[in-house]
Write a protein that binds this ligand. Structure first.
Ligand code: CP
Length: 311
Protein backbone atom coordinates (compact mmCIF):
# COMPACT_ATOMS: atom_id res chain seq x y z
CA UNK A 1 0.00 0.00 0.00
CA UNK A 2 1.41 3.40 -1.02
CA UNK A 3 0.73 6.11 1.55
CA UNK A 4 3.29 8.85 0.84
CA UNK A 5 2.14 12.27 -0.29
CA UNK A 6 5.39 12.94 -2.19
CA UNK A 7 8.38 11.21 -3.73
CA UNK A 8 11.46 13.29 -3.00
CA UNK A 9 14.23 10.69 -2.85
CA UNK A 10 15.10 7.01 -2.67
CA UNK A 11 16.86 7.69 0.65
CA UNK A 12 13.54 7.80 2.53
CA UNK A 13 11.92 4.81 0.77
CA UNK A 14 11.64 1.41 2.41
CA UNK A 15 12.68 -1.69 0.46
CA UNK A 16 9.02 -2.77 0.37
CA UNK A 17 8.00 0.52 -1.24
CA UNK A 18 10.59 0.09 -3.99
CA UNK A 19 9.34 -3.46 -4.54
CA UNK A 20 5.72 -2.23 -4.73
CA UNK A 21 6.69 0.27 -7.46
CA UNK A 22 8.56 -2.45 -9.38
CA UNK A 23 5.60 -4.88 -9.13
CA UNK A 24 3.18 -2.16 -10.27
CA UNK A 25 5.50 -1.21 -13.15
CA UNK A 26 5.31 -4.81 -14.42
CA UNK A 27 1.55 -4.39 -14.99
CA UNK A 28 2.20 -1.04 -16.64
CA UNK A 29 4.77 -2.62 -18.96
CA UNK A 30 2.06 -5.08 -20.07
CA UNK A 31 -0.09 -2.09 -21.04
CA UNK A 32 2.83 -0.57 -22.97
CA UNK A 33 3.21 -3.78 -24.95
CA UNK A 34 -0.36 -3.56 -26.27
CA UNK A 35 -1.19 -1.88 -29.59
CA UNK A 36 -3.68 0.39 -27.77
CA UNK A 37 -1.86 1.64 -24.69
CA UNK A 38 -4.50 3.86 -23.12
CA UNK A 39 -6.41 2.88 -19.95
CA UNK A 40 -8.98 5.07 -18.15
CA UNK A 41 -7.45 4.70 -14.66
CA UNK A 42 -6.61 8.38 -14.00
CA UNK A 43 -9.39 9.99 -16.03
CA UNK A 44 -10.25 13.39 -14.55
CA UNK A 45 -6.94 13.73 -12.66
CA UNK A 46 -4.57 16.58 -13.52
CA UNK A 47 -0.77 16.64 -13.44
CA UNK A 48 1.69 19.49 -14.05
CA UNK A 49 5.32 19.20 -15.16
CA UNK A 50 7.51 22.11 -14.08
CA UNK A 51 11.09 21.80 -15.28
CA UNK A 52 13.64 24.52 -14.49
CA UNK A 53 16.39 22.48 -16.21
CA UNK A 54 16.44 20.84 -19.66
CA UNK A 55 15.10 17.30 -20.04
CA UNK A 56 14.22 14.95 -22.87
CA UNK A 57 13.63 11.57 -21.22
CA UNK A 58 12.15 12.42 -17.82
CA UNK A 59 9.72 15.07 -18.93
CA UNK A 60 8.42 13.29 -22.04
CA UNK A 61 8.11 9.94 -20.28
CA UNK A 62 6.13 11.48 -17.41
CA UNK A 63 3.85 13.18 -19.94
CA UNK A 64 3.38 9.95 -21.91
CA UNK A 65 2.82 8.00 -18.69
CA UNK A 66 0.07 10.43 -17.67
CA UNK A 67 -1.55 10.28 -21.12
CA UNK A 68 -1.52 6.45 -21.21
CA UNK A 69 -3.37 6.51 -17.86
CA UNK A 70 -5.83 9.13 -19.25
CA UNK A 71 -4.75 11.91 -16.85
CA UNK A 72 -4.73 15.50 -18.11
CA UNK A 73 -1.34 17.21 -18.17
CA UNK A 74 -0.08 20.75 -18.34
CA UNK A 75 3.51 21.73 -18.79
CA UNK A 76 4.86 25.06 -17.53
CA UNK A 77 7.63 26.42 -19.76
CA UNK A 78 9.79 28.52 -17.46
CA UNK A 79 10.96 30.68 -20.39
CA UNK A 80 7.43 31.84 -21.34
CA UNK A 81 5.65 31.86 -17.96
CA UNK A 82 5.28 34.68 -15.41
CA UNK A 83 8.44 33.34 -13.76
CA UNK A 84 10.14 35.70 -16.25
CA UNK A 85 8.27 38.64 -14.61
CA UNK A 86 9.72 37.78 -11.21
CA UNK A 87 7.01 35.48 -9.83
CA UNK A 88 8.49 33.16 -7.21
CA UNK A 89 8.58 29.41 -7.69
CA UNK A 90 6.20 28.88 -4.76
CA UNK A 91 3.72 31.48 -6.07
CA UNK A 92 3.86 29.83 -9.50
CA UNK A 93 3.10 26.39 -8.02
CA UNK A 94 0.33 27.72 -5.76
CA UNK A 95 -1.25 29.47 -8.75
CA UNK A 96 -1.35 26.22 -10.74
CA UNK A 97 -2.52 24.30 -7.66
CA UNK A 98 -5.47 26.71 -7.37
CA UNK A 99 -6.54 25.58 -10.85
CA UNK A 100 -6.99 22.03 -9.58
CA UNK A 101 -3.67 20.34 -10.33
CA UNK A 102 -3.17 17.39 -7.97
CA UNK A 103 0.43 16.41 -8.65
CA UNK A 104 3.52 18.41 -9.63
CA UNK A 105 6.60 16.89 -11.25
CA UNK A 106 9.48 19.25 -10.55
CA UNK A 107 13.08 19.46 -11.80
CA UNK A 108 15.35 22.20 -10.50
CA UNK A 109 19.08 22.96 -10.46
CA UNK A 110 19.02 23.54 -6.67
CA UNK A 111 18.97 20.60 -4.27
CA UNK A 112 15.96 20.76 -1.93
CA UNK A 113 13.52 22.65 -4.16
CA UNK A 114 11.02 19.76 -4.63
CA UNK A 115 11.01 19.15 -0.84
CA UNK A 116 10.47 22.86 -0.15
CA UNK A 117 7.52 22.96 -2.56
CA UNK A 118 6.09 19.69 -1.18
CA UNK A 119 6.08 21.13 2.35
CA UNK A 120 4.23 24.23 1.26
CA UNK A 121 1.40 22.87 -0.91
CA UNK A 122 -1.40 20.34 -0.46
CA UNK A 123 -0.83 18.78 -3.90
CA UNK A 124 1.61 15.90 -4.32
CA UNK A 125 5.17 16.36 -5.60
CA UNK A 126 7.54 14.05 -7.49
CA UNK A 127 11.19 15.06 -7.65
CA UNK A 128 12.31 14.80 -11.29
CA UNK A 129 15.91 15.67 -10.34
CA UNK A 130 17.14 18.38 -7.95
CA UNK A 131 20.69 19.71 -8.20
CA UNK A 132 23.23 17.14 -7.03
CA UNK A 133 20.77 15.59 -4.55
CA UNK A 134 18.51 12.88 -6.06
CA UNK A 135 16.77 11.68 -9.21
CA UNK A 136 14.55 8.97 -7.70
CA UNK A 137 12.56 7.96 -10.78
CA UNK A 138 15.80 7.35 -12.71
CA UNK A 139 16.98 4.91 -10.04
CA UNK A 140 13.60 3.17 -9.97
CA UNK A 141 13.58 2.64 -13.74
CA UNK A 142 17.17 1.39 -13.54
CA UNK A 143 16.28 -1.15 -10.86
CA UNK A 144 13.21 -2.24 -12.85
CA UNK A 145 15.37 -2.72 -15.97
CA UNK A 146 17.82 -4.96 -14.11
CA UNK A 147 14.98 -6.97 -12.50
CA UNK A 148 13.56 -7.52 -15.96
CA UNK A 149 16.88 -8.81 -17.33
CA UNK A 150 18.24 -10.76 -14.35
CA UNK A 151 15.07 -11.63 -12.40
CA UNK A 152 16.81 -10.42 -9.22
CA UNK A 153 19.02 -7.62 -7.96
CA UNK A 154 20.24 -8.95 -4.61
CA UNK A 155 23.83 -10.13 -4.72
CA UNK A 156 24.61 -8.32 -7.98
CA UNK A 157 27.78 -6.24 -8.29
CA UNK A 158 27.18 -2.78 -9.71
CA UNK A 159 30.07 -0.61 -10.90
CA UNK A 160 29.11 3.06 -11.23
CA UNK A 161 31.68 4.82 -13.39
CA UNK A 162 32.32 8.50 -14.05
CA UNK A 163 31.30 11.82 -12.56
CA UNK A 164 29.96 10.60 -9.22
CA UNK A 165 30.42 13.96 -7.49
CA UNK A 166 27.89 15.92 -9.55
CA UNK A 167 25.48 13.04 -10.07
CA UNK A 168 22.03 12.90 -8.46
CA UNK A 169 21.55 9.71 -10.50
CA UNK A 170 24.52 8.09 -8.70
CA UNK A 171 23.18 9.06 -5.28
CA UNK A 172 19.67 7.70 -5.97
CA UNK A 173 21.09 4.53 -7.51
CA UNK A 174 23.43 3.90 -4.56
CA UNK A 175 20.50 4.23 -2.12
CA UNK A 176 18.35 1.90 -4.24
CA UNK A 177 20.93 -0.84 -4.88
CA UNK A 178 21.96 -0.84 -1.22
CA UNK A 179 18.38 -1.25 -0.02
CA UNK A 180 17.89 -4.16 -2.43
CA UNK A 181 21.05 -6.06 -1.42
CA UNK A 182 23.41 -5.33 -4.34
CA UNK A 183 27.01 -4.29 -3.77
CA UNK A 184 28.36 -1.09 -5.26
CA UNK A 185 31.78 0.09 -6.37
CA UNK A 186 32.23 3.61 -7.70
CA UNK A 187 35.03 4.60 -10.04
CA UNK A 188 36.25 7.90 -11.47
CA UNK A 189 38.99 10.49 -11.07
CA UNK A 190 39.57 11.41 -7.38
CA UNK A 191 38.29 14.93 -8.09
CA UNK A 192 34.92 13.51 -9.20
CA UNK A 193 34.39 11.16 -6.23
CA UNK A 194 32.77 12.81 -3.18
CA UNK A 195 34.79 12.55 0.04
CA UNK A 196 31.78 11.26 2.02
CA UNK A 197 31.01 8.38 -0.37
CA UNK A 198 31.97 5.71 2.24
CA UNK A 199 28.97 6.81 4.34
CA UNK A 200 26.75 5.67 1.43
CA UNK A 201 28.15 2.12 1.65
CA UNK A 202 29.97 2.16 -1.69
CA UNK A 203 33.53 0.95 -2.32
CA UNK A 204 35.83 3.29 -4.23
CA UNK A 205 38.44 2.67 -6.91
CA UNK A 206 40.23 5.01 -9.27
CA UNK A 207 41.05 2.13 -11.63
CA UNK A 208 38.46 1.25 -14.28
CA UNK A 209 39.78 -2.29 -14.84
CA UNK A 210 39.37 -3.04 -11.13
CA UNK A 211 35.82 -1.62 -11.13
CA UNK A 212 34.56 -3.66 -14.05
CA UNK A 213 36.44 -6.95 -13.65
CA UNK A 214 33.70 -8.79 -11.74
CA UNK A 215 30.79 -6.39 -12.22
CA UNK A 216 27.37 -7.65 -13.34
CA UNK A 217 26.35 -4.13 -14.35
CA UNK A 218 28.58 -1.27 -15.50
CA UNK A 219 26.56 1.91 -14.98
CA UNK A 220 28.21 4.75 -16.90
CA UNK A 221 27.53 8.37 -15.90
CA UNK A 222 27.56 11.48 -18.03
CA UNK A 223 30.41 13.88 -17.43
CA UNK A 224 28.40 16.88 -16.20
CA UNK A 225 30.51 19.66 -17.63
CA UNK A 226 27.74 22.22 -16.99
CA UNK A 227 28.00 21.69 -13.20
CA UNK A 228 31.81 21.58 -13.01
CA UNK A 229 34.49 24.10 -12.25
CA UNK A 230 37.39 23.90 -14.69
CA UNK A 231 40.44 21.78 -13.88
CA UNK A 232 38.84 18.69 -12.30
CA UNK A 233 40.65 16.53 -14.89
CA UNK A 234 43.28 17.41 -17.52
CA UNK A 235 41.26 16.98 -20.75
CA UNK A 236 38.31 15.07 -22.27
CA UNK A 237 40.84 12.99 -24.18
CA UNK A 238 42.62 11.94 -21.02
CA UNK A 239 39.31 11.30 -19.26
CA UNK A 240 38.26 9.01 -22.10
CA UNK A 241 41.61 7.20 -22.03
CA UNK A 242 41.36 6.49 -18.29
CA UNK A 243 37.63 6.18 -17.62
CA UNK A 244 35.91 5.79 -21.00
CA UNK A 245 33.97 2.50 -21.24
CA UNK A 246 35.03 0.96 -24.55
CA UNK A 247 34.99 -2.50 -26.15
CA UNK A 248 38.70 -2.78 -25.36
CA UNK A 249 38.16 -2.08 -21.64
CA UNK A 250 35.23 -4.52 -21.52
CA UNK A 251 37.48 -7.40 -22.66
CA UNK A 252 38.37 -7.70 -18.96
CA UNK A 253 34.70 -7.77 -17.86
CA UNK A 254 32.36 -10.74 -17.43
CA UNK A 255 31.01 -12.09 -20.73
CA UNK A 256 27.43 -11.29 -19.72
CA UNK A 257 28.11 -7.85 -18.22
CA UNK A 258 25.31 -5.35 -18.91
CA UNK A 259 25.89 -1.68 -19.68
CA UNK A 260 23.62 1.12 -18.48
CA UNK A 261 23.62 4.90 -18.87
CA UNK A 262 20.88 7.31 -17.74
CA UNK A 263 21.34 9.58 -20.78
CA UNK A 264 22.00 11.96 -22.30
CA UNK A 265 25.33 10.42 -23.37
CA UNK A 266 28.57 12.07 -24.38
CA UNK A 267 29.56 9.49 -26.99
CA UNK A 268 33.32 9.15 -27.26
CA UNK A 269 33.84 10.64 -23.79
CA UNK A 270 32.43 8.42 -21.00
CA UNK A 271 31.22 5.68 -23.38
CA UNK A 272 32.10 4.62 -26.91
CA UNK A 273 29.40 4.31 -29.56
CA UNK A 274 30.31 0.63 -30.06
CA UNK A 275 29.47 -0.10 -26.42
CA UNK A 276 26.41 2.17 -26.27
CA UNK A 277 24.90 0.49 -29.33
CA UNK A 278 26.03 -3.07 -28.51
CA UNK A 279 23.91 -6.05 -27.48
CA UNK A 280 25.23 -5.60 -23.92
CA UNK A 281 23.63 -2.17 -23.68
CA UNK A 282 20.35 -1.66 -21.79
CA UNK A 283 20.16 2.04 -22.62
CA UNK A 284 17.06 1.84 -24.85
CA UNK A 285 15.32 -0.52 -22.40
CA UNK A 286 15.98 2.03 -19.63
CA UNK A 287 14.14 4.66 -21.67
CA UNK A 288 11.17 2.38 -22.41
CA UNK A 289 10.98 1.29 -18.79
CA UNK A 290 11.00 4.92 -17.69
CA UNK A 291 7.45 5.20 -19.03
CA UNK A 292 6.29 2.04 -17.20
CA UNK A 293 7.84 3.06 -13.88
CA UNK A 294 6.43 6.58 -14.09
CA UNK A 295 2.99 5.16 -14.93
CA UNK A 296 3.31 3.01 -11.80
CA UNK A 297 4.16 6.02 -9.65
CA UNK A 298 1.35 8.18 -11.00
CA UNK A 299 -1.06 5.30 -10.45
CA UNK A 300 0.10 4.66 -6.87
CA UNK A 301 0.33 8.33 -5.89
CA UNK A 302 -3.01 9.37 -7.34
CA UNK A 303 -4.92 6.75 -5.44
CA UNK A 304 -4.52 3.49 -7.33
CA UNK A 305 -4.45 0.39 -5.13
CA UNK A 306 -1.79 -2.30 -5.55
CA UNK A 307 -4.50 -5.02 -5.63
CA UNK A 308 -6.74 -3.20 -8.11
CA UNK A 309 -7.13 -4.61 -11.64
CA UNK A 310 -5.57 -1.85 -13.76
CA UNK A 311 -6.85 -3.37 -16.99
N1 CP B 1 18.20 10.71 -17.48
C1 CP B 1 17.59 11.90 -17.54
O1 CP B 1 17.19 12.47 -16.51
O2 CP B 1 17.46 12.41 -18.80
P1 CP B 1 16.80 13.80 -19.16
O3 CP B 1 17.69 14.88 -18.61
O4 CP B 1 16.72 13.82 -20.67
O5 CP B 1 15.44 13.87 -18.52
Amino acid sequence: MWDRKDLIGIEELKKEEIELIIETAKSMKDILNRSIKKVPTLRGRTICTLFYEPSTRTRSSFELAAKYLSADTISIATSTSSIQKGETLLDTVKTIEAMGVELFIIRHSSSGVPLFIAKNIRSKVINAGDGMHEHPTQALLDVFTVYEKKNRVDGLKIAIVGDIFHSRVARSNIYAWNKLGSSIIVCGPPTLIPKDIQYLNAKVTYNLDEAIEDADIVYVLRLQLERQKKGLFPSLREYHALFGVTEERLKKAKKDVLIMHPGPMNRGVEISSEVADSTLSLINEQVTNGVAVRMALLYLMLGGRSDENIN
